[in-house]
Design a protein around this ligand. Structure first.
Ligand code: KG4
Ligand code: ZN
Length: 335
């Protein structure tokens, strides 16, 4: 039996998970409320919070899984993309543990891990499938040929989908991260109330900069006419923005499915927790004959269970990292 400890520290969640023979035994996530006052993640504060959290988080993950350090057969860490200082905390901790326990080290790509979260528990997609990975920093359309063989067929040319949610939330005066709050308010509003102009991107790529500017000007003009506009229309604004962002994502997901002839379709990453996107892909399942895979909420946003499942497949393939491996904020998808 192979027991792997996995550590995720790419952004503002410190997480550790234990996986044994492909079964996730524990998954501990510690958030970082320190960023709330700043309206966004402050990299230096994130690094310090990771340093404070990592020992108790790893200890709890081991305890929850009922394993000792001596049971561990490998240590995995996120090698990027992410914030360098934050990544370094997890990487240094993982390397030190691997060195002292004399076990191999596994370096996991964060965006690949978001996709592989679909293999933590069933129902699991069949290969090849199409995955729309939407997070705070990335928006990617990926053809997943195998656990380790993946090809990006479309991606954002500017902002990520999560960023579009978070930046809109900021304009509305909502606290960070705004995505989940926009989602909650959207459920009480009319998605057809307002519409926003957008740019058509190339091929299967995405662009969110046009709609971001359109939302900015729309709010600025409306608030000039009526300073109470945002408070009076919050639910309708959130519902309309959410619909517009989900439409952009769905349009390219549909195009990709059509062009590539793939009807096995998954969504992943923080924004895959969005209720509008989840409903839209379920609807498309009915209208386009897709088989749709939507992750459990706890595996949408950042977590170490997804790093653990990716590490499990890398271990099986013998893809180990050396002790001088260093994380990178822009770790290449095919590195
Ligand atoms: O994957 P993730 O946890 O971290 C990154 O790898 O970036 O994604 C975080 C992003 C944030 O932008 C957050 O606002 C967004 O996911 N998010 C949501 C929802 N839950 C999280 N966006 C819209 N609706 C949600 N329910
Ligand atoms: Zn993520």
């Amino acid at each position: 039996m192979t027991v792997i400890l996995a550590i995720e520290s790419s952004c503002d969640d410190t997480s550790a998970a234990v996986i044994a023979n492909g079964q996730v035994m524990s998954n501990v996530v510690a958030g970082q409320p320190v960023h709330e006052a700043w309206g966004g993640v402050v990299p230096e504060l994130a690094s310090r919070a990771h340093q404070q959290n990592i020992v108790p988080v790893v200890e709890k993950a081991l305890r929850d899984a009922g394993v000792q350090k001596s049971d561990l057969g490998a240590i995995a860490f996120t090698n990027g993309p992410g914030l360098l200082g934050a990544l370094l905390v997890g990487a240094s901790f993982a390397k030190t543990m691997a060195l002292s326990l004399k076990v191999p080290l596994l370096a996991v790509h964060h965006m690949r891990a978001h996709i592989l979260a679909h293999f933590i528990e069933g129902p699991k997609p069949a290969f090849p499938f199409l995955c729309l990975t939407v997070s705070g920093g990335h928006t990617q359309l990926v053809v997943v040929k195998d656990y380790l063989q993946m090809e990006i067929v479309g991606q954002t040319q500017d902002d990520a989908a999560g960023e579009a949610f978070d930046k809109t939330a900021k304009l509305l005066g909502l606290p960070y991260p705004g995505g989940p709050l926009i989602d909650r308010h959207a459920q009480k509003g009319n998605p057809e109330a307002f519409s926003f102009a957008r740019i058509k991107p190339r091929g299967l790529d995405f662009s969110f900069s046009g709609i971001k500017t359109s939302i900015l000007y729309f709010l600025r003009d409306k608030v000039k006419e009526n300073p109470g506009f945002i408070a009076e229309n919050l639910y309708d604004i959130c519902a309309s923005v959410q619909k517009a962002l989900v439409d952009i994502l769905m349009e390219q997901l549909l195009n990709a499915s059509r062009q590539l002839g793939i009807k096995e379709v998954a969504i992943a990453g923080g924004v895959s927790a969005n209720s509008g996107l989840r409903q839209a892909v379920q609807q498309a399942a009915g209208t386009h004959g897709w088989r749709v895979y939507v992750p459990a909420f706890k595996y949408c946003t950042d977590n170490a269970a997804m790093i653990a499942i990716a590490a499990h497949y890398q271990y099986q393939a013998g893809q180990f990292a050396s002790l001088d491996a260093s994380p990178s904020p822009r770790a290449p998808f095919n590195g």
